[in-house]
Design a protein around this ligand. Structure first.
Ligand code: ZN
Ligand code: ZN
Length: 438
């Protein structure tokens, strides 16, 4: 069995791994959003050899390159869950709309992808009898992939060990494998996270502080996952009177994604599922939600106090940029970063304290407050180590989907664990293009 690392190596973005064993499988094919868009290291010859693509979840750093495979002659299926297909459809359409020239594929390639999906439930084997999904608890429909080749392999994709207001946590029941490809986004020595409750509380009090001053709060989020989580938190706290009632403007794909959550209620947490399926009560509707169209966005700015939830979460595009520019000049306003900010993005610059920035080619000085209230959609360091500790058969562990320093810090901890537990597994932090025979 040969395993090649084509992306997400010492970086977050363009996840892509090629597995050549009994069958040739590609695990994810994403893009990376930095100054220039960057793609996995795949050539046409390799693409033609692929028998099946396995997609862990909809985020574009895992899915954004799949239509390009069809553009390069791939003719096979893409195995994913139903919510993943539904989300990917709207994300890819949006990606094409925003980057018609830049995108490495055309609408026909997206259609090829969407008509060639093999939909799998968690726990169901695929048509080759090679893979099976487990709930990854990261976004609706997200999956960890178990591969049954000459050795057993587990690819975690992005996963979260904590249940949120909407989703159950990753299903790690009885999990084991010989080979583990794990994300390491928050694997660094300082990456311990507070509880979901505490994080929500922190977010809400930061919002309230700005409302007290009569300002507006911009919350840039991923269109899918964090966007809905943020809306749910704000709505619940407003309803219980613990957050001032002001309009919550949802812009961009956040609203469309909300609809897909409702249509895929079966994948939600039990209590939300029950509310949707057995009562008239719709947890995705609220009197506080307002959806501005691109024409009436000015309404948002006429309000004295407001909360705006808009993609993209790292300020690398989408309506959040437009709002940032409009709110930049007033100290009363705040931009609240809630997620991971990748190297090379505007969000990362803000997080690093840069206040003179370029937005759409224009120099802007930011007077508004910048704060972070990170919600967790990824396992933290202790949870990552815990996963490895509880997989007794491991022989090889590959840390991907994390910045270089973070991955190396996680490797140190795992090496130590192997020594302490007197276990024979090896830990690798692969470079892009590196292959391993297992
Ligand atoms: Zn993700
Ligand atoms: Zn990811």
């Amino acid at each position: 069995m040969q395993l090649s690392f084509l992306g997400a190596c010492r970086e977050v973005g363009r996840s892509c791994f090629l597995l050549e064993g009994k069958h040739t499988l590609l695990l994810d094919a994403g893009v990376k959003f930095s100054r220039n868009e960057e793609y996995p290291l795949l050539d046409r010859k390799q693409i033609r050899r692929i028998e099946k693509v396995i997609l862990s979840h909809a985020h574009l750093d895992h899915s954004g390159y799949i239509p390009a495979l069809y553009a390069s002659g791939y003719k096979g299926k893409v195995a994913c869950t139903k919510p993943t297909r539904d989300f990917t459809q709207i994300l890819l359409a949006d990606y094409l709309r925003l980057n018609p020239e830049l995108a490495p594929f055309k609408e026909t390639d997206v259609n090829q992808f969407l008509t060639n999906t093999e939909l799998l439930e968690y726990g169901e084997r695929d048509s080759l009898n090679m893979i099976q999904f487990r709930d990854a608890g990261h976004i609706l429909g997200s999956a960890m992939v178990e591969v049954y080749d000459t050795q057993r392999l587990l690819y975690t994709g992005d996963f979260s060990c904590r249940s949120t207001r909407l989703l159950p946590s990753a299903d790690l029941n009885g999990v084991d494998a010989d080979v583990l490809i794990m994300e390491g986004t928050y694997g660094g020595v300082n990456d311990q996270r507070a509880s979901s409750k505490e994080l929500a509380q922190r977010l809400v009090s930061s919002v309230q502080k700005t409302l007290d001053k009569g300002g507006k709060v911009l919350i840039p989020t991923f269109a899918i996952g964090r966007g809905q989580e943020v809306l749910f938190i704000l709505e619940n706290f407003m309803r219980s009177g613990h957050l001032e009632s002001v309009p919550i403007f949802m812009d961009g794909m956040v609203r469309k994604a909300l609809r897909i959550h409702r249509h895929n209620a079966l994948y939600l947490k039990d209590e939300i599922k029950r509310r949707i399926l057995t009562s008239e009560d719709d947890p995705f509707k609220s009197k506080h939600y307002v959806t501005p169209t691109s024409k009436d966005r000015h309404e948002v700015f006429e309000k004295e106090k407001a909360i705006i939830v808009a993609p993209s979460g790292m300020l690398s595009g989408g309506p959040s940029l437009l709002y940032l520019k409009a709110l930049a000049n007033d100290r009363k306003n705040k931009v609240l970063l809630t997620g991971y900010q990748a190297e090379g993005t505007l969000g990362r610059q803000l997080s690093d304290g840069v206040r003179d920035v370029e937005i759409d080619g224009e120099r802007v000085h930011l007077k508004l407050e910048v704060e972070e209230a990170r919600l967790s959609a990824h396992a933290d360091r202790d949870e990552l180590i815990h996963l490895v500790r509880n997989m007794p058969s491991l022989k090889n562990v590959f840390v991907v989907h994390g910045e270089e320093r973070t991955c190396l810090e996680l490797k140190d901890a795992l090496d130590l664990l192997a020594k302490k537990q007197e276990r024979p597994f090896k830990v690798h932090v692969p470079s892009r293009g590196e292959s391993f025979s297992l």
